[in-house]
Ligand binder design. Structure first.
Ligand code: ATP
Ligand code: MG
Length: 678
């Protein structure tokens, strides 16, 4: 779905100096007055030891992006070399044309012939406190066996396999086993319901489902097998022939198994061959389909292929995270999201890293669980989402203070724009003012990081994802697709194909072309759907989805900036801002605010917050309404769903709520909003 744009939406920037926005000259522009000047260069010690420290890489990659990417592809093991680096027939790209490789061999086999063989590949911590370490040799062995088991169930190259598992090592093993035999995996987040699972199984036409009896979450078992049975009931997924079940959560005797369809994972392994040769895959053979979280409409099956995808995943893992052999790297994303694909499994394992995997919730059994894990395993690189950081801010610093976090040396953020104050909090309290922060902008569709600091080179600014990764042609353009000059705001686009880009939407190439490539006519620009501005130093500032931008008295105002101004207030932990219809102004700013623990929600505070925003951003951004709320409606991947807040503020029936993490939050808010009006 191409996002709807508000009338006169041009994103031309009007900067403010006095706190009052300058009226736009001809057409409404995005009001951007968050003036962030703090600059954090990497320490000399960090730069000296960094995997990349020569700023010249940017120019060299820009001069010849194909040569840049070919150099990275050369770091992979190829069965036979490619003929052409990139074939671009807009809007379809092929990378490393003619090359043959196997992804699982690149993540495993090549490490077990070196000293990495006995290195921990995955360190697993279960929510109940159990733990398991798989060396590269262990992981290689398990993947070989499970790949053999898949073949035994009749799965062949090109078949689709749905994976519906908790965050346990078997999730990575299942993905790599599919990659080994050329099956296309499609991971469905374990927090999704049976209905969502069914929809994705049927769209992908999967022959096999891999699930578990359950997984642990806040001390309870999430009944995955039960949800899977619901999805499959009454032959509603006719393509599924077999179901493999991991025994994670309880006594296997209590799990109802359907004869001839359901098989225990551990039983299959008993009879599986020990070795399964990696299938010879074309660089452009599909690796996986991943459905986007669906915060905007029907889920899209994003298709990723092999050679280019792994090339960019490896390059970004090595350079963005500066990963070294001795690092303990923890990305908190679930494998159900693209971050879990590229930065829990494929990127770090291709790099031979040690990956920490945690099954459960950050506040179980206590709110210090993440910090306890970092201390326990000596985590050195930590990658999480702004939604988690804002939850930590809300809970207070006493939970961190109980633990030694001195092993940390680099922090990352992904998923939403990070508010400058959340960035500062992360920097101070988690990083001890000693760790570079990489704020990584990218999407399911892009496969890998696109805009992010290189931590040994780029001085960071709180709230900015800084510069495009070398070899990436990101730009900010106006409605006509023309570059906006420095200081300006507009639509974020990509001007050139990149190795990890999606190749299409599964079985819907039309939608692929319309959604991503049609907005700027025949200019062949990839339209990301996000707004951004670029400052005088060429740094990118992500302003949120263009769908979410407000139009107040003729000014386009970024929800992200008003939210950041609110989070800047010492009492506020998190805020969601929307524009609601207003007779005079067109739209009025309405803010839903979560305060920090121990802060009272008074009307005085509401007034203070309105003034605070007016002072930071100008009176035009002053919220008309502030509603306090203990929680905000979020998708299952933790992103604020503003569309539902608009429904509430405008008294409409709520739109599709199936991708919400907790539908009761929005129901409660609706009630509260309606009573506050009356
Ligand atoms: P759907 O496309 O189904 O609505 P989604 O966009 O939430 O779901 P993802 O591909 O996981 O699914 O998220 C990509 C989006 O997340 C980006 O387009 C952007 O809006 C936001 N995003 C991710 N990382 C960042 C970041 N570092 N800064 C700002 N925004 C980010
Ligand atoms: Mg998206």
């Amino acid at each position: 779905m191409t996002p709807r744009l508000r009338p006169g939406y041009t994103f031309r920037m009007t900067t403010t100096t006095s706190g009052t926005p300058t009226p736009p000259a001809e057409s409404p522009g995005i009001v951007s007055s968050l003036n962030e000047t703090r600059l954090f260069p990497p320490s000399a010690a960090f730069t000296t030891a960094a995997n990349v420290s020569d700023p010249g890489v940017y120019e060299r990659a820009a001069a010849d992006p194909q040569a840049f990417w070919a150099e990275w592809a050369g770091k992979l093991d190829w069965i036979s070399p490619w003929r052409t680096v990139c074939e671009w027939t807009p809007p379809h790209a092929k990378w490393f044309v003619g090359g043959k490789l196997n992804i699982s061999a690149n993540c495993l086999d090549r490490h077990i012939t070196s000293a990495r063989r006995n290195k921990a590949a995955i360190i697993f911590e279960g929510e109940p406190g159990d733990s398991r370490v798989l060396t590269y040799q262990d992981l290689w062995r398990e993947v070989n066996q499970f790949a053999g088991a898949l073949k035994g169930l009749g799965i062949r190259k090109g078949d689709r396999v749905t994976i519906y598992l908790p965050m346990i090592p078997e999730a990575a093993i299942a993905m790599l086993a599919c990659a080994r035999i050329g099956a296309i995996h499609t991971v469905v987040f374990g927090g999704f319901s049976g209905d969502s699972l069914r929809e994705r199984i049927n769209d992908s036409g999967s022959r096999l489902l891999i699930t578990a009896d359950g997984g642990w979450r806040r001390g309870n078992v999430v009944p995955l097998k039960q949800a899977a049975d619901e999805a499959l009931a009454n032959n509603s997924c006719p393509t599924i022939e077999n179901v493999v079940v991991v025994n994670r959560a309880g006594d296997p005797r209590h799990v109802p198994m359907t004869e001839d369809r359901d098989h225990w994972w551990h039983r299959l392994l008993e009879h599986a061959p020990r070795l399964t040769a990696p299938e010879v895959m074309d660089a452009e053979d599909p690796l996986y389909i991943l459905y986007t979280s669906g915060s905007t409409g029907k889920p899209k099956g994003i298709l990723h292929t092999s050679g280019g995808y792994l090339t960019q995943a490896l390059a970004t893992t090595q350079w963005t995270f500066d990963l070294k052999d001795e690092d303990v790297y923890w990305c908190t994303a679930d494998v159900g999201w693209v971050t879990g694909h590229s930065y829990v499994v494929y990127g770090p394992l291709a790099a031979g890293a040690t990956v920490l995997m945690y099954e459960g919730a950050p506040d179980w059994p206590q709110r210090d669980r993440f910090w306890q894990i970092i201390e326990k395993y000596g985590v050195s690189v930590f990658y999480t989402a702004p939604t988690a950081i804002r939850a930590f801010m809300k809970w207070g610093t006493e939970h961190l203070e109980k633990h030694d976090l001195s092993s940390l040396r680099l922090l990352g953020s992904v998923g939403e724009p990070i508010n400058p104050e959340a960035w500062m909090w992360y920097h101070r309290h988690v990083g001890g003012e000693n760790c570079p922060i990489v704020d990584t902008w990218w999407q399911t569709e892009t496969g890998s990081h696109m805009i992010t600091p290189l931590p040994g080179i780029v001085a960071t600014k709180p709230g900015s994802a800084t510069r495009p990764f070398p070899g990436i042609a990101a730009d900010v353009v106006d409605e006509a697709g023309e570059s906006v000059p420095p200081g300006g705001g507009g639509f974020l686009v990509l001007r050139k194909p990149w190795p990890g880009m999606l190749r299409t939407i599964w079985q819907d190439d039309d939608r692929y072309q319309k959604t991503y490539w049609s907005k700027f006519g025949d200019k062949n620009l990839y339209f990301a759907g996000d707004g951004a501005r670029r400052d005088e130093n060429g740094y990118f500032w992500l302003l949120g989805r263009v769908d979410d931008v407000m139009l107040v008295a003729g000014h386009n105002i970024s929800t992200m900036e008003v939210e950041s101004a609110l989070v800047d207030h010492p009492s506020v932990a998190e805020a969601a801002v929307i524009g609601r219809t207003h007779e005079i102004k067109g739209q009025a700013v309405a803010a839903f605010v979560t305060v920090k623990e121990g802060i009272r929600q008074t009307s005085e505070l509401a007034g203070e917050l309105k003034d605070h925003v007016a002072k930071k951003l100008g009176v035009i951004c002053r919220p008309d309404d502030i509603l306090f709320s203990a929680e905000l409606p979020k998708t299952r991947s933790g992103k604020i769903m503003r569309r539902l807040l608009r429904d509430i503020a405008e008294g409409r029936a709520l739109g599709d709520t199936t991708t919400l993490a907790d539908p009761s939050v929005v129901a409660g808010l609706k009630e509260k909003y309606e009573s506050s009006e009356g």
